[in-house]
Design a protein. Sequence first.
Length: 202
Amino acid sequence: MNSSEALSNLQTLNLERNKLNSRAARLLSYNQTWANLKTLKLAKAFTNDVKYLFNNRSWTSLTVLDLKENVIKHSEIEKLSQNPTWINLKVLDLSKCDLDSRAIRKLSQNETWRQLEILNLSANKAGDKGAEYLADNSSWVRLKTLQLAKNAITDFGAKKLSRNTSWSNLEKIDLTFNNVRVGGASELLRNKNWKNLLKLEF
């Protein structure tokens, strides 16, 4: 049995805290053997050009993708959000990725992650505009947890976010370390579509 066949049943790959370059990202994207890969941990793994990774078309079983603490450009986020294969994602961690409102806009335009349950965008630069873009998303119908801590969001952004009509399964929103006060929180709690909301932190 060769090495590629030996890894054909691989379900979890942890490459956290490496110094992978664009060539490594390309090589990963070319992989066609790990059809059973479910969890990919890449926290603080790349030095540059993570975008090549998002060209992969083989990991159809991928459910957990951890990309936290990588600097990801908005053009790279666009490639991630347009990947047609990773449709079974349930957990996506993009915290501390230096994402601005443009990147959040590209992310929010995703139309395929209908299984997504947990989205972590903490410690980015979404701002009120980013919150507004998130509210426009209509495809994450199973979203349960939205983490937006430390994103320079104010009551204005909270009000914009409260206009979302698609996240009927939402249970938790984390807006800690923002500038959201009682007024903004009240707007969120008035959303009649979020009937399952159990916890709001601000």
